[in-house]
Write a protein that binds this ligand. Structure first.
Ligand code: NAD
Ligand code: IPM
Ligand code: MN
Length: 358
C-alpha cells in the first residue's frame, strides 16, 4: 500500500470551491484502488487568514509544508488584500521556497467544440508550455526611488541566472527528446537586450547537446499571434516566467477557458514537495455562487497522479474529463451548461466509477 501525504491549501474565493471537488476525486481513487491511500492536512492560509493575522501563512509555513509529497492549491487573492502581498507571500513564496522551477501547463483541446478557433481540431491544439517558475521577471528585485516626487523612478529587475536559465531549457530539451516533439523557445531579444539575449544564447548552447531535437525560436509577440492563428506550430514550448504566465492564459482561451487550464509546479529533483493547481485565480466575480468550473482543479489531480507515478489514474482522470465534456448540459455556465461546481464533481465521480480501471 502506497500512502501519499497531501497538503491542501484551498485558499480564497473559488479556490476552496474547486479544491473540494478535487479532493472528492482523490477520495474516490482511494476507494477504488486498494494499493493507494492519501493523508490530507488542510492549511487555512490565504486572504482571510491575512486579515486576521496580518500574514498570508504561518511564519514557519514553508517548514510545515516540507514533509508533504505534494501540495494541492486552489487559488489565492481577494479584494481587500493587495495582490502583490497575497500572491508574493504565499503562492510565489512556495514556488520559490521549494525550488519548483518547472511549471508544466498543457494546452490540449479536450473537446473540439470548445475552441473558439474556426476549423481547429484536437490535432491542431495539443502542446505543452514549460514555464520557468522561479526567477526571471518574477525575481521580486527592484526599487522605488523618490516616492511621490517629480523624479520618482521605479525599477523592476528581471534576474536570469546561468543556473536558472540552463536548467529550465535543459528540462525542456529532455522533454522534447523523450516525447519526440519539436521544441520552441519564446523570448524577446529585440527589446530586452540583456535577459533575452542571454536566454537565446543559452537555448542555442544547450541545443548543441540535443542535435536530434528540432527547434524553433519566436519573439513573444509573434508567438502570441501563432498561439491563436496557428497553434499547430507548437509541440513543446519553453519560455520565461512572465511570458509563460501570459501565454498560458491565451492557451486557456483557445482550449475552452480558464475553467479548463491546469499547471504543475514541479521540483524535478524531488528535494521538496511539488504543487498542483489550476491556472485560474480566485475569480471574485463568481465566488460564492457555486458555479466555478472544477475541471481545471480536477485535471491538477491528474497531473499529481502522474507525478506520483500513478499514471493509470492520471490517464483515467483525463479520459473522464473528455467524457464529461461531452455532457454539455451538465457543465458549468462558463462552458454553456447549467451545472454547479458540486454537480460537476459528483457526476465526475460517477463517470470515474464507470471508467473502472481497477
Ligand atoms: P481569475 O482567473 O480569477 O478570473 C478571470 C476570469 O475567468 C473571471 O471572469 C472568472 O470568473 C473566470 N474564471 C476563472 N476561473 C474560472 C473557473 N474555474 N470557472 C469559471 N470561470 C472562471 O483572474 P483575475 O480575475 O485576474 O484574478 C482574481 C484574483 O485571483 C486576483 O487576486 C489574482 O491575483 C488572483 N490570482 C490567483 C492565482 C493563483 O492563486 N494561482 C492565479 C491567477 C490570479
Ligand atoms: C498564475 C498566476 C500567478 C502568476 C499570479 C497570481 C502571481 O497568474 O499562476 O498564472 O503570475 O504566476
Ligand atoms: Mn496567470
Amino acid at each position: 500500500m502506497k500512502n501519499f501525504n497531501i497538503a491542501l491549501i484551498p485558499g480564497d474565493g473559488i479556490g476552496s470551491e474547486v479544491v473540494s471537488e478535487g479532493v472528492k476525486i482523490l477520495k474516490e481513487i482511494e476507494e477504488m484502488d486498494a494499493a493507494i491511500s492519501f493523508s490530507f492536512a488542510e492549511f487555512p492560509w490565504g486572504c482571510e487568514y491575512y486579515l486576521e493575522h496580518g500574514k498570508m501563512m504561518a511564519d514557519d509555513g514553508i517548514e510545515q509544508l516540507q514533509p508533504f509529497d505534494a501540495i494541492y492549491l486552489g487559488a489565492v487573492g481577494y479584494p481587500g488584500v493587495p495582490d502583490h502581498i497575497s500572491l508574493r507571500e504565499l503562492l510565489l513564496q512556495i514556488r520559490k521556497g521549494f525550488d519548483q522551477y518547472v511549471n508544466l501547463r498543457p494546452i490540449t483541446l479536450l473537446n473540439p467544440s470548445l475552441t473558439p478557433l474556426k476549423s481547429k481540431t484536437e490535432k491542431d491544439v495539443d502542446f505543452l508550455v514549460i514555464r520557468e517558475n522561479s526567477e526571471g521577471e518574477y525575481s521580486g528585485a527592484g526599487d522605488w526611488l523618490y516616492k511621490g516626487k517629480p523624479e520618482e523612478v521605479v525599477l523592476q529587475t528581471g534576474v536570469f541566472s546561468r543556473k536558472g536559465t540552463e536548467r529550465i531549457i535543459r528540462y525542456a530539451y529532455e522533454e522534447a527528446r523523450k516525447s519526440n516533439r519539436t521544441l520552441t523557445s519564446v523570448s524577446k531579444a529585440n527589446a530586452l537586450n540583456y535577459s533575452m539575449v542571454f536566454w537565446d544564447e543559452v537555448f542555442e548552447e544547450v541545443g548543441k547537446e540535443y542535435p536530434d531535437v528540432e527547434t524553433y525560436s519566436y519573439l513573444v509577440d509573434a508567438a502570441s499571434l501563432y498561439f491563436v492563428a496557428q497553434p499547430e506550430r507548437f509541440e513543446v514550448v519553453v519560455t520565461s516566467n512572465l511570458f509563460g504566465d501570459i501565454l498560458t492564459d491565451i492557451g486557456a482561451a483557445i482550449t475552452g477557458g480558464l475553467g479548463l487550464a491546469t499547471g504543475a509546479n514541479v521540483n524535478p529533483e524531488r528535494n521538496y514537495p511539488s504543487m498542483f493547481e489550476p491556472v485560474h485565480g480566485s475569480a471574485p466575480d463568481i465566488a460564492g455562487k457555486g458555479i466555478a468550473n472544477p475541471i481545471a482543479a480536477i485535471w491538477s489531480v491528474s497531473q499529481m497522479m502522474d507525478f506520483f507515478g500513478e499514471e493509470k489514474w492520471g490517464e483515467a482522470i483525463l479520459s473522464t474529463i473528455k467524457t464529461i465534456l461531452k455532457e454539455t448540459e451538465q457543465l458549468t455556465p462558463d462552458l454553456g451548461g447549467q451545472g454547479s461546481t458540486k454537480s460537476v464533481g459528483d457526476r465526475f465521480v460517477e463517470l470515474l466509477k464507470d471508467n473502472r480501471i481497477t
